[in-house]
Write a protein that binds this ligand. Structure first.
Ligand code: FPP
Length: 248
């Protein structure tokens, strides 16, 4: 269903569709616990919800979607849960590529992918290469991603170049700094959604979210679907975004 056919999206008006949406997909564990299931099955259902959200975003005309799939802090989880998530991600990448290509989705991974080991890195590289010509939706999957680590890494690289005489310290401004982040060349998120009722940013797109609108939805991620995304977009379209300027 496209924006025109979807009453919730149509109500917001085509111009109010956010260009870039970030989603903190939260609540897989609680969804599984509520059903007496292992957490791994919550994550599996979460991957299916991710597939629905990707399709819904593409149909709604959202150009960029960033999904927070594994944070830098998630390494603190028990090794078997990390292993389950790693295997799920690899399986997802290997089995979804054809569908992503068919749907015109370009996939990119931001974050410290190397930490997952060579097999997942290879699956990521294959998926990025196979989907590189997609133009309908730019999909970023944030893996081993942390906003502070990303900012520190950019600062380190800039300091290295300044020390090597390749860069003038006075030339470092916000625009240039943004070019050293994992999201270089991408638009900042207009809307950040978090599910499960929690209301935290949890180190997601810290630099990029400077002017993002936040929508917190009381739904566990595995239950997420097109109607939830449409609700979030409708809420976004009602917001008065001033970017620091005075209200009219
Ligand atoms: C948060 O739920 C979710 C995660 C840490 C993992 C997110 C991963 C997926 C949705 C699946 C893979 C995604 C892709 C794109 C293949 P939680 O475990 O913190 O839930 P809880 O707060 O209820 O315990």
């Amino acid at each position: 269903m496209g924006a025109a056919a979807n009453p919730a999206l149509a109500a917001g008006g085509a111009t109010a569709v956010p260009r870039h949406v970030g989603i903190i997909m939260d609540g897989n564990g609680r969804w599984a616990a509520a059903r007496g299931l292992p957490r791994a099955l919550g994550h599996k259902a979460g991957a299916e919800a991710a597939r629905r959200a990707i399709e819904a975003a593409a149909e709604a005309g959202i150009g960029w979607l960033t999904l927070f799939a594994f944070s830098s802090e998630n390494w603190r989880r028990p090794p078997d849960e990390v292993q389950d998530l790693t295997l799920l991600m690899r399986h997802y990448l290997n089995t979804e590529v054809a569908r992503l290509v068919r749907e015109g989705v370009r996939l990119r991974v931001i974050g410290e992918r190397e930490r997952f080991g060579p097999e997942l890195v290879r699956a990521i590289e294959r998926a990025e290469a196979a989907t590189a010509s997609g133009t309908r939706l730019n999909l970023n999957v944030a893996l081993s991603y942390g906003g502070r680590a990303e900012i520190a890494s950019a600062a380190r690289e800039i300091a290295r170049r300044v020390a090597a005489g390749e860069l003038d310290a006075d030339a470092v401004d916000e625009r240039m700094f943004g070019g050293f982040l994992g999201t270089a060349g991408m638009p900042d998120p207009d809307l950040i959604i978090r599910t499960s009722g929690e209301q935290r940013i949890s180190n997601f797109l810290l630099w990029q979210a400077a002017y993002a609108e936040f929508v917190f939805q009381d739904v566990l991620w595995p239950d997420y679907g097109a109607a939830h995304l449409a609700d979030a977009v409708t809420e976004f379209s009602r917001r008065d975004r001033r970017f620091g300027a005075r209200a009219a």
